[in-house]
Write a protein that binds this ligand. Sequence first.
Ligand SMILES: *[C@@H]1O[C@H](CO)[C@@H](O)[C@H](O)[C@H]1NC(C)=O
Ligand SMILES: *[C@@H]1O[C@H](CO)[C@@H](O)[C@H](O)[C@H]1NC(C)=O
Length: 405
Amino acid sequence: MWVTNIAALCLLALLASAEEKKLSNHATTLAENSANLAFSLYHNMAKEKDTENIIISPVVVASSLGMVALGGKASTASQVKTVLSADNLQDDHLHAGLSELLTEVSDAKKRNTTWKISNRLYGPSSVSFVDDFVKNSKKHYNYDHSKINFRDKRSAVNSINEWAAKSTDGKLPEVTKDVQNADGAMIVNAMFFKPHWDEKFHEKMVDNRGFLVTRSFTVGVAMMHRTGLYDFHEDTENRIFVLNMPLGQKQASMILIMPYHLEPLARLEKLLTKKQVDTWLSKMEKKAVAISLPKISMEVSHNLQKHLADLGLTEAVDKAKADLSKISGKKDLYLSNVLHASALELDTEGNPYDSSIFGTDQLRNPKLFYVDHPFIFLVKDNKTNSILYIGRVVRPKGEKMRDEL
Ligand SMILES: *[C@@H]1O[C@H](CO)[C@@H](O)[C@H](O)[C@H]1NC(C)=O
Ligand SMILES: *[C@@H]1O[C@H](CO)[C@@H](O)[C@H](O)[C@H]1NC(C)=O
């Protein structure tokens, strides 16, 4: 009894101290700004014709931008602040704020979710990294550094992919097939994210179903099913469902946004703004929902260099203009590639669910949320309001299924 009471007290104290640790003002501002960046980056990528699945982590993009600011001088550095809508922040506040944000949201232990993030800056063999930069980019952004002989393309590609595979426990075996513009510096983000549901799926409630990629193309996927109480909103005017699935101990949640029926996502994407998402979230109501969600793994790699340039980062990526001399001590570098790669695994695992509500009125006539066609998702952090991921699933892996007549 004694012991349990003491344990309970300690736990309370722990919870209280976790609660009290508030985010600084700078980190709060940057969380908000990186959420805005999420939507502009998403739209910039979605308009590309041959892009199918998208997975980007705006928080990790923001911290990579922070690293560029750390290595840049003059307008090469100040453009980073403009892209982050943080022109008024002092440099040290920018770095401390981004660093605080990243540390908070990527604390896998506290958040009971799997999120591995590895960041590396590759430079050509001729470069020598400045000690101060190496130290600070590690400290604030968890970046490490490596020199690579880009002229030997095959071995450069192999060594980048090997590093990514190793740092994601094999979940991300390939981030790139080729290296273009072998004369610059290259950012590589290698990530693995696996939601830990606040209420798990039963591992036996999984079967094979079709996922409709288009009207004439269906792939077979494993589908997991569960019924529970979820925040749910049905936008009847726009014919869109929005579902909030909490993760861990509700520190974050995965928000799924899906048209009623199969259709290209372009219509939904036209509506997709931060404001609209906030409106949908504010209209959510707790309802019984029968969810069927593909149990899939995806690996997606994007080169963000051009997209970041479109959003205003024009100097760092320009060989003639870039001043990244705080990285190398000389004006000899530009940012030639920004490889942003994630493996995402949707699986049944999560916290045990409360089975006492099964068979009660609470779960009667559930709303159906049957994810058998393309959808958009966000992983939103509950404490900082930052967006850990934004993306879309358009074409999951799977065998083409025969059309049934
Ligand atoms: C999450 O918590 C469960 C128990 O509540 C534990 O079994 C699991 O390993 C944890 N996962 C992570 C990623 O910390
Ligand atoms: C955010 O956290 C609070 C406090 O833990 C919780 O009550 C709420 O349900 C969470 N929100 C989401 C969307 O998970």
